[in-house]
Design a protein around this ligand. Structure first.
Ligand code: 3HC
Length: 313
């Protein structure tokens, strides 16, 4: 049971901007919120490897192939990094994985869309990783120490992901008419799902108020989304690509790009499991998990043998 002194000390740390560390006392709700948010973030990184991995064998040249390979491997590392940070909250990674495979945990909606052309790889790096950078730069200031430190490391790699993506986009946009059409088609398909990555409007965000009260989120879903739009629209215009939103309009006073309404029905359908690729993604994760069982068993057997050797020596 929490005591008022413990709660007072916790809240004053949050107010001072100090980090909460694994061994510190924390409210159960703070712990469960972090487990929810961090594990879903880790699931997103791992599932996010699938749409891009689909194009590694079909990259147009060796340089593009090596860059995509490096990016997909980075995402695996981000997932493992954030699973490790989540485990510091006292939950086993195997339990988190089971939650994903049993459909009890979410991962980002964005990864339930198909990658239909090579241009998608560029647009994902530019828009999806670009959106992740906006979000994760904020999370690098999160009150929970292990999470914020993980974000600092991950953001450095995300910047490489965005740059390599935007280089692909720039190349195609300046290429043949067919290449230009291919990258514009990718922008048309990925723009709105990228805006959905920031979550529902603040008024519909069931978790934001607690997360902001505890300094896990420093900015709201809508403010991060607006910042992403403000930095991305000029990038699209710089390479003569059109953002698929007829309501897009620059507001001189606020400096914001006003944009149209997101299709929230699509958003909730996708997070309910009815997106274009949800079943395929979870099936791929289940198959990888089953095929990897022997690795886990061998590692466990080795660890047990080492332990026995230590305790009997
Ligand atoms: N996809 C799936 N579920 C989403 C979602 C999305 N884009 N946006 C919101 N949701 C879910 C939330 O998880 C919550 O459901 P839950 O309570 O059952 O978990 C519900 O919708 C209501 O949303 P809230 O705004 O109340 O939820 P949060 O306060 O947690 O905000 C979030 C959602 C902005 C995604 C926040 O959780 C967050 O910042 N998470 C950490 C970052 C993250 O997970 N990013 C995912 C992408 S990772 C990535 O892009 C990898 C890169 O390498 C490409």
């Amino acid at each position: 049971m929490e005591t008022s002194e413990q709660l007072l000390e916790f809240e004053s740390k949050i107010a001072e901007g100090a980090k909460i560390e694994p061994k510190d006392w924390m409210p159960d709700r703070y712990r469960s919120q972090l487990i929810r948010m961090m594990s879903q973030h880790a699931h997103s990184e791992i599932v996010g490897m699938l749409p891009e991995g689909n194009w590694i064998t079909r990259a147009p040249n060796l340089r593009r192939k090596m860059t995509l390979l490096a990016k997909v491997q980075d995402e695996a590392g981000h997932g493992l990094y954030i699973y490790s940070a989540t485990e510091t909250l006292g939950i086993e990674r195997s339990e988190l994985i089971d939650q994903l495979l049993e459909g009890k945990a979410k991962y980002s909606s964005i990864f339930n869309y198909p990658t239909l052309s090579w241009a998608d790889i560029g647009v994902i790096g530019w828009l999806v990783d670009g959106a992740a950078i906006v979000n994760q730069t904020m999370l690098a200031k999160a009150s929970y120490g292990p999470y914020s430190r993980a974000m600092i490391r991950i953001c450095k790699e995300e910047n490489f992901h965005k740059k390599q993506g935007f280089e692909i986009v720039t190349t195609l946009a300046a290429g043949t008419p067919e290449q230009k059409a291919m990258v514009q088609d990718a922008v048309n398909r990925w723009w709105w799902p990228s805006l959905m990555m920031f979550g529902p409007h603040d008024a519909e965000s069931t978790n934001s108020s607690e997360l902001m009260q505890w300094g896990v989120k420093r900015k709201s879903n809508d403010s991060l989304r607006q910042h992403f739009v403000n930095i991305t629209v000029p990038q699209a215009r710089a390479v003569d690509l059109t953002i698929p939103d007829p309501e897009l309009e620059y507001n001189e006073e606020t400096g914001d790009w006003k944009f149209g309404e997101i299709d929230w029905n699509e958003f909730y359908q996708v997070i309910k499991g009815n997106g274009p690729c949800n079943r395929e993604r979870i099936a791929a994760r289940r198959s990888a998990h089953d095929n990897g069982a022997w690795v886990r068993e061998a590692a466990r057997a080795y660890a047990d043998k080492q332990l026995t050797r230590q305790t009997t020596s």
